[in-house]
Design a protein around this ligand. Structure first.
Ligand code: GTQ
Length: 340
C-alpha cells in the first residue's frame, strides 16, 4: 500500500501519544531468538599480565573492594553474555577484599593459590579447581592464605538482576570483616559427599554446600568417564544442591565436563547462554561457525541459540568448567535445546 500524507499524519499522531503500531514493530514475529551478542574467547596469556598490573594501579581495600577484570561481550558494553558476567579476580599475599553483600549471586571457580572466602560466617577454603558459592545476599569477603597469588574466575548474574531492576548492594556494618560463625569447611562436612543430613531443615533457594571440592568433583567425573561419553555432552556433570538435586543457585547452573584426548562433541544449541572455562588441557570450540583455539585458564562465551561444539587436542585430556543461565529460563518453560 502506498504511504499517503494521511498515513504519515496518522503515524505521527501515534508517536505524539507514545504508542507504536504493532505492525511496524520489528521482531514481534521473529521465528527464532535474535541474538545480539557474539561468541568470544578471553585468553589467560593476554589477561594475566593485565590482572597483575591492576595490583600496581589499584590498592585493594583502599581504592576499591574487589580487584576483578570483568569480561564484556564485544557487542555489548556490559555482560559476558546478556545474563552473565565473568572475569578473573586477584588477591595478593597479605590482602583482604572487605565484606559486603548484594542481590546478584556469584560463583567462583578457583584457578591458583589459596585463601578463604567467608560466606555468611563460614570460612570456605578455596584451592585450585574448587567451586565456591556466594549466593544472593550472603555476606562475603576474600582473605588470602599462603604465598601464591590467589586467582579465580568470578561468575555473576548481574546483567539479569539489573534487567529485573532488582540490584541492591550493602557494605558490612562498620566496614569491618564479618565475624566467623563456624569452623572452616562446615558446609563441606555436612553436605560435601552429595548426601544431606536426614530431616535437614535447609530451605533457602540455593545450595547449602558452599564449596564443591576439586578432588571430589574430578573423581566423580573420572568415574562417569568410565561409564561412557555422550556424543553431544562428552562426560558432563552438574554441581547440584544436595538437598533438592536442583541447580546450585536460582539463577545459575554450574557444570564440569571431560573430553577424552583427541575426541570431539557434536553440535548443540540452547536458549541458555554459557561461559566455559578451560580447567585442563587444550583444544578448540567452533561457536556460531567460528573457530576458537583455547588453553588452560582461558574462558569463552557461547551466546543463546548458537551452535557450538568442542574438540580436545590429541594427547590432551580436557576438563571444562561452565556456568549457565539455564535456571533463569526453566521456571517459564523457555529453555529449549537442539542437537545436531
Ligand atoms: O568478589 O564479591 O566480580 O561483589 C563482582 C562483584 C566480584 C566479589 C565481582 C563482587 C565480587
Amino acid at each position: 500500500m502506498e504511504s499517503t500524507a494521511r498515513d504519515q499524519r496518522f503515524y505521527q499522531r501515534l508517536a505524539e501519544v507514545a504508542v507504536a503500531p504493532l505492525w511496524r514493530i520489528p521482531g514481534t514475529t521473529d521465528p527464532e531468538p535474535v541474538v545480539d551478542e557474539v561468541p568470544h574467547l578471553w585468553r589467560w596469556r593476554e589477561l594475566a599480565p593485565l590482572l597483575f598490573e591492576a595490583a600496581e594501579v589499584m590498592d585493594l581495600g583502599e581504592e576499591a573492594e574487589r580487584r576483578a577484570l570483568n569480561a564484556y561481550n564485544p557487542s555489548r558494553k556490559f555482560g559476558t553474555t546478556h545474563n552473565l558476567v565473568a572475569g578473573y579476580q586477584l588477591v595478593l599475599p597479605g590482602e583482604e577484599a572487605p565484606t559486603h553483600r548484594h542481590t546478584p549471586g556469584a560463583i567462583r571457580f578457583m584457578l591458583s593459590g589459596s585463601g578463604h572466602t567467608v560466606v555468611d560466617g563460614e570460612p570456605v577454603l578455596m584451592e585450585p579447581g574448587d567451586l565456591v558459592l556466594t549466593p544472593s545476599l550472603t555476606w562475603h569477603d576474600h582473605r588470602h592464605v599462603g604465598d601464591e597469588p590467589m586467582i579465580w574466575l568470578d561468575g555473576l548474574d548481574v546483567p539479569f538482576v539489573k534487567a529485573m531492576r532488582a540490584g541492591f548492594y550493602e557494605d558490612y556494618p562498620g566496614r569491618e570483616l564479618q565475624a566467623l560463625l563456624t569452623s572452616e569447611g562446615d558446609s563441606v562436612r555436612r553436605y560435601g559427599a552429595g548426601l544431606a543430613p536426614a530431616n535437614d531443615p535447609w530451605a533457602k533457594p540455593y545450595s547449602p554446600l558452599m564449596n564443591y571440592k576439586w578432588s571430589t568433583a574430578y573423581e566423580a567425573l573420572r568415574r562417569l568417564a568410565e561409564a561412557g561419553a555422550d556424543p553431544h555432552e562428552a562426560v558432563r556433570l552438574e554441581y547440584v544442591n544436595p538437598v533438592t538435586g536442583g541447580h546450585v543457585l536460582p539463577t545459575m547452573a554450574c557444570y564440569l565436563q571431560l573430553l577424552v584426548a583427541g575426541t570431539a562433541t557434536r553440535g548443540l544449541r540452547h536458549t541458555s547462554s554459557t561461559v566455559f572455562c578451560v580447567v585442563r588441557g587444550s583444544g578448540h570450540s567452533v561457536i556460531g561457525g567460528k573457530r576458537f583455539d583455547w588453553e588452560t585458564n582461558d574462558f569463552f562465551a557461547v551466546p543463546s541459540w548458537t551452535w557450538y561444539e568442542h574438540a580436545a587436542d590429541p594427547g590432551e585430556e580436557v576438563v571444562l568448567f561452565s556456568m549457565s543461565d539455564r535456571p533463569m529460563l526453566e521456571p517459564f518453560a523457555l529453555y529449549r535445546e537442539q542437537r545436531a
